[in-house]
Ligand binder design. Structure first.
Ligand SMILES: [Zn+2]
Length: 86
């Protein structure tokens, strides 16, 4: 099992509890704003994956990023009703 894959999963899970807001880059390049519905895990011994709402099955963790407020850059859950950092 690759140590890079393990550290990618551990790093994501340490900072991103299940249900956190994320942005997902899809195959066609569009971005889906959603939330996670699992922890990240390693599929097949080498590929970090995660489940998110709106996509069935496991999705590549490298395409999933914690959502950030587009105004202040803080994690989006810090500004759920609009940015407070102006
Ligand atoms: Zn903000």
């Amino acid at each position: 099992m690759s140590t890079a894959a393990i550290s990618a999963c551990d790093g994501f899970n340490a900072s991103c509890p299940v249900g956190i807001a994320v942005s997902v880059r899809r195959d066609d390049g569009s971005v889906l704003w959603t939330t996670t519905r699992s922890e990240a895990w390693i599929l097949g011994g080498h590929t970090p994956v995660i489940m998110v709402k709106g996509i069935s099955g496991a999705y590549l963790l490298e395409r999933v990023k914690r959502a950030q407020c587009r105004t202040c850059g803080q994690p989006q859950e810090c500004c759920p009703e609009g940015c407070t950092q102006r």
